[in-house]
Design a binder for this molecule. Sequence first.
Ligand code: HPA
Ligand code: MG
Length: 172
Amino acid sequence: MADTIDVLIPEKQIDARIRELAKQIDADYAGKSVTLLTTLKGACFFSCELAKCLTIPVFMEYIQAASYEGTSSTGTVTMMLDVPDTAVAGKHVIIVEDVIDTGRTLAAVKDLMQTRNPASLAVCSLLDKHECRVVPFEGDYVGFTIGNDFVVGYGLDWDQKYRNLPYIGIVR
Ligand code: HPA
Ligand code: MG
């Protein structure tokens, strides 16, 4: 039987919030260009919509990170897909994420990218599950702060399903 999915954030609300975030980024980076460093696969839909709303020059880059929770606070991060140092060095980089939850992977990815000497480094996430944080981590641009329900849609999956839903929903 098909899963029941309740709408948590409707498409129109997501679109409106992305336009607001883009406006803020346009203002913060006025006169500069930005590199959207998108984390696969979940942040793809979000970063494409965000890029379309930006008026400053945009470069698109993609990474995929897997983290394993070891004894260190950030665990270790393995880059399944990475960019060359030249994509980051001297650039205004914004890591684009679908959801910040424990903060572990993102903290490790951010640390790694910082070692490559960007002109600036920020994090923009569609969702923030602040209650789930294990390491201290704050996003610079956050679409929506939500509770710890498991959500799908707008790039987020449940066992690789439901990424293509145009809204954020909760599987019942
Ligand atoms: N949905 C999908 N992927 C996730 C979530 C979620 O709620 N939290 C962390 N990764
Ligand atoms: Mg993700």
